[in-house]
Design a protein around this ligand. Structure first.
Ligand code: SF4
Length: 179
């Protein structure tokens, strides 16, 4: 979800300031789409449906392992591949492995992502939508940027408060800066 686009649309429509937060609470709580947001007026929900895509990513494929791990392959609107994983631990923790880029320009020889063509840096919305996809399955505890790409090469988007996992993003960056 592009939260800046959402804010612009709500503002243009003259909606009260709390609307953006209402929408965000539903999205961050795992709502499947705008129709679930029952405390928003129906005409507004319809307008958002048309003007603010609920996700910037399309799910192309999803695979579930016997241990409950779920791996998703998304496509951006221009067709760039994005992978993310939900890891389910026996103690109940749920961890997300997110991508910061489509492909990776560093081309490490041991890495499958490094062998594919670099697409682009992901936007903050692309990153957020990976997390929200899995949040629609169940609550998650934290996230790491160990999917496609080198997060330090897309620092601004990775560090822009994604809303659902700001602490995780900060920890990842802090860990990497200590290396
Ligand atoms: S994703 Fe990581 S391991 Fe793979 S090419 Fe990029 S920097 Fe190297």
């Amino acid at each position: 979800m592009d939260r800046e686009l959402l804010a612009r649309r709500l503002n243009r429509r003259g909606e009260p300031a709390y609307r953006a937060e209402q929408v965000w609470r539903w999205a961050a709580g795992g709502a499947a789409d705008y129709t679930a947001m029952t405390n928003l007026p129906a005409p507004l929900r319809g307008e958002l449906e048309r003007e603010v895509p609920f996700s910037t990513l399309e799910v192309e494929r999803e695979a579930k392992a016997r241990d409950g791990t779920v791996k998703a392959l998304f496509r951006t609107r221009e067709g760039h591949a994005v992978e993310a994983v939900l890891m389910r631990y026996r103690d109940g923790r749920r961890s997300l492995c997110l991508s910061s880029q489509s492909g990776c320009p560093l081309t490490c020889s041991f890495c499958a992502t490094g062998q594919m063509r670099f697409g682009r840096n992901l936007t903050a919305s692309d990153i957020l939508d990976q997390a929200l996809h899995f949040r629609r399955l169940e609550p998650v505890d934290h996230a790491v940027f160990m999917g496609m790409g080198e997060p330090m090469l897309n620092f601004d988007s990775v560090m822009r408060p994604p809303g659902c996992c700001p602490t995780s993003a900060s920890r990842t960056a802090a860990r990497r800066s200590r290396r």
